[in-house]
Design a protein around this ligand. Structure first.
Ligand code: SAH
Length: 400
């Protein structure tokens, strides 16, 4: 097996079981590894440290498969890792007729670069690294063996990060049936339609499952603004929980078309929902100028900071929308505000929201700290895995 030898004193992060080895830590390679090949990682003194996938095009030159020398990486090894990840999701899969759950959360499930989501009978995979690309067929075969009721496996590796690994974007049927235009899933008391082939990411924002339930707890009797709504999942959860009305705002017409269908699917009166295709930054300003108010505002924007260098600009964006949202709340109103930028940490996000409240002239308290759902775990050795953070804040004053 080819080997990668580290520079002197470069083994610290590997010894802490961090799964990424950056190219700058490498002294030399032996055995001419090709992209996706399995390599043994050795310390500068030759001691065995880990076994991983070689990715010559990426700054992350090795993603570690295992820290155990006795584990050969092959179909059986993948079966064991996939089986462990699936077993850990028993609580979300249960006996639900149309379960929706992330089955494999990449590095945090010991399978760097691999994402597998399940929507009822369909599995959706993302192969985000040279290593997962090399093992793609074996991974699909093992998934089908482990989940024999699967109707089809679909690939949604049409994402930019593949470029960093020297891979082309890729999407299509990997096995079995092609998913229908919309797959129906169950989430708590709600039903949602998922467009696996054309939707965002793998089709749905499963990472917000727990947060939709948390927001629904506060929704009864309130008028909701669901900004960056995508297919309106927060609005459906809130309306089912007794919200009087909801407004979805998103820039995507396709997402809003699905949002309208999701309201019908849940037997909700369509008159309680307004779908507005708009830029949220502009929409919030229009509401401010029209003195339009809400009792609960959800802000779930896309990732504003893709790199560390974009953090400052991202924070200006977060502050802008949060400041405007605070201004639109009735006394006693609630703001459920999120950031999915991994580079903006929890403390920084809270500070930005606090600054926004100050600028809006609002006094506000945090009622809840929110994070990603439990089927999107974060390995303790891999803090990068924690990306979604949110707050439910209440502004002062007597509720209307
Ligand atoms: N809350 C959603 C997920 C939101 S994802 C859920 O629970 O399912 C972010 C959404 O923001 C996407 O649907 C994207 O189309 C939309 N978006 C991105 N930039 C926008 C902008 N400037 N104005 C309005 N919508 C935007």
């Amino acid at each position: 097996m080819p080997t990668v030898r580290l520079k002197k004193r470069a083994e610290r992060s590997i010894l802490r079981r961090h799964p990424w080895l950056f190219s700058g830590a490498i002294e030399c390679t032996e055995g001419a590894p090709q992209a996706g090949d399995t390599v043994d990682v050795l310390a500068s003194d030759g001691a065995w440290l880990a076994r991983g996938a070689w990715s010559p095009h990426s700054q992350i030159a090795v993603r570690v498969w295992t820290f155990t020398a006795a584990q050969p990486v092959g179909a059986e090894w993948f079966r064991a890792r996939l089986a462990a990840a699936i077993a850990a999701r028993a609580r979300w899969l249960g006996d639900a007729p149309r379960p929706a759950c992330r089955l494999v959360n990449a590095e945090s499930d010991g399978l760097p670069g691999l994402v597998v989501d399940r929507y009822a009978g369909f599995l959706v995979c993302q192969f985000l690294s040279a290593g997962t690309e090399a093992w793609r067929d074996a991974i699909v075969q093992e998934l089908i063996r482990l989940l024999p009721a699967t109707a089809g496996v679909y690939e949604r590796s049409d994402v930019d990060v593949r470029e960093k690994e020297g891979l082309q974007p890729c999407a299509g049927v990997l096995w079995g049936e092609a998913p229908p235009e919309a797959v129906e899933i169950a989430e708590g008391p709600c039903r949602y339609l998922v467009d696996i082939q054309h939707g965002h990411k793998t089709g749905f924002y499963l990472d917000q499952r727990d947060n939709r339930a948390a927001v629904a707890e506060f929704a009864n009797g309130r008028e909701i603004l669901n900004a960056f709504s995508y297919s309106g999942a927060f609005a459906v959860a809130a309306l089912r929980a007794g919200a009087t009305r909801a407004v979805n705002v998103d820039s995507s017409a396709e997402a809003l078309a699905l949002a309208a269908r999701n309201v019908a699917l849940n037997d909700l009166d369509p008159a309680r929902l307004e779908n507005t295709q708009a830029d949220v930054f502009q929409f919030l300003r229009l509401c401010r100028d029209a003195r339009r108010q809400f009792d609960l505002i959800i802000l779930d924007p896309p990732k504003f900071a893709a790199t560390r260098g974009q953090v400052e600009k991202a924070c200006r964006g977060y502050k802008d929308i949060n400041r405007l949202a605070f201004k639109l709340l009735r006394p006693g109103g609630l703001l459920a505000t999120f950031s999915c930028s991994g580079h903006v940490d929890r403390d920084l996000f809270q500070k930005v929201v606090a600054d926004a409240a100050l600028d809006a002239g609002c006094e506000a308290r945090i009622l809840r700290w929110l994070s990603q759902s439990g089927d999107h775990p974060c390995a303790l050795a891999f803090p990068e895995g924690l990306y979604l953070k949110g707050l439910i804040c209440q502004v002062g004053g007597t509720p209307s």
